[in-house]
Design a protein around this ligand. Structure first.
Ligand SMILES: NC(=O)c1ccc[n+]([C@@H]2O[C@H](COP(=O)([O-])OP(=O)(O)OC[C@H]3O[C@@H](n4cnc5c(N)ncnc54)[C@H](O)[C@@H]3O)[C@@H](O)[C@H]2O)c1
Length: 333
């Protein structure tokens, strides 16, 4: 297989690139990433020298740059590429509250550029990496299925929902081969420290206050990033065209219990917890029904939540050379 990954220097993208290059059937993998504050080439140091891998620093909203890469790679492959997998996004809800325009630009306009260029060059499949947040928020009961109506509540999730609609429109209008994954909250190695789990681990390690939004009783459904990446591979290679696949690991947890667990694992005092004003429009509960991907593609998560969390904490303890420059370099505020 020969394909493009966008956003491959971010958290999930870099885990996907490493996992994909471990597969002998991957002959060429081109990573297009703008290297925003959230992207780091050091997340892929271990595979940089792989002759099958090419990194291009480019913005997915730059149609001329995307066109040039597609022309070069199609000539090199002597046939249309097998896929474009779009991980690139502005991904942090808090930032979207302050600068929604950046989210519309990358997440909606960028997806439209990629879809159009991929179609023009006959790329066989377009895989959009989406999120369960497009479904909105749940009460105490129920789960999101693929037929749950879209009801995004933040500028981030609204921009992701917009992108999903463009992808599905390309299927209906042009017959473009597209698939979408909608995954729950990911955790694991190489996650940028502004996100909940690394933020709490790194704050605790530095004996700094752990800021908890509101009462901390918001529920998130956690999945290890490696399980998500395997699901993406299954959808890429075996998913049905025009379909959406939810991805989750049935692992709901309140934010406050998660933070208690992190403090326990690091042997740090609960007095570090500081409740701060809740996020504007904060979704209360996410829970995802992944029965479709289990049934149709046989995918199952491998990581148990407890062992995944312990392994993630251990990873941040052992990879200070990865995260300390991010803190020192002012990329994280
Ligand atoms: N993190 C989660 O829990 C989660 C859950 C479900 C879905 N998702 C989706 O998965 C994808 C990846 O999320 P993540 O957590 O790895 O995000 P991330 O913020 O860690 O990484 C995003 C990457 O995209 C790159 N990027 C941003 N704008 C770009 C642009 N205009 N052009 C090219 N590259 C650009 C960044 O440099 C970075 O490397 C996103 O589409 C996100 O919506 C994330």
């Amino acid at each position: 297989m020969q394909f493009i990954v966008t956003g491959g220097s971010g958290f999930i993208g870099s885990n996907f690139v490493r996992q994909a290059l471990a597969r002998p059937e991957v002959k060429r993998l081109i990573n297009i990433d703008a290297l925003t504050y959230a992207g780091s080439r050091t997340s892929l140091t271990s595979i940089e020298a792989d002759p099958r891998y090419r990194f291009v620093q480019a913005d997915i909203t730059d149609a001329a740059a995307i066109e040039k890469i597609l022309v070069e790679e199609t000539v090199l492959a002597e046939k249309p590429l097998d896929a474009v997998i779009n991980f690139a996004a502005e991904s942090h809800v808090d930032r979207s509250i302050h600068t929604p325009e950046d989210f519309i630009h990358t997440n909606v306009f960028g997806t439209a550029i990629l879809l159009g260029r991929a179609r023009h060059h006959g790329v066989k499949r377009f895989l959009q990496i989406s999120t369960d947040e497009v479904y909105g928020s749940l009460g105490a009961e129920g789960k999101f299925s693929e037929t749950t109506p879209l009801h995004p509540n933040s500028p981030y999730s609204a921009s992701k929902a917009g992108a999903d609609l463009l992808v599905l429109a390309a299927y209906h209008t042009y017959g473009q081969d597209v698939v979408i994954t909608r995954c729950s909250n990911n955790y694991g190695p190489y996650q940028f420290p502004e996100k909940l789990i690394p933020l709490m681990i790194l704050s605790a390690l530095q004996d700094r206050p752990l800021p908890i939004y509101g009462d901390g009783l918001q529920v998130r459904d956690w999945i290890h990033v490696e399980d998500h990446c395997e699901a993406v591979w299954q959808v890429l290679t075996r998913g049905h065209s025009g379909e959406v696949y939810n991805v989750g690991a049935d692992a709901e947890l309140t934010n406050i219990s998660l933070v208690h667990e992190i403090l326990k694992q690091l042997d740090k005092p609960e007095s570090l917890i500081t409740h701060v004003t809740d996020r504007l429009g904060h979704d209360r509960r996410y829970a995802i029904d992944s029965s479709k991907i289990h049934r149709e593609l046989g995918w199952q998560p491998k990581w148990q939540q407890q062992e995944g969390l312990v392994a993630t904490i251990q990873w941040y303890l052992e990879h200070q050379e990865w995260w300390r420059p991010l803190l020192a370099g002012g990329k994280f505020s």
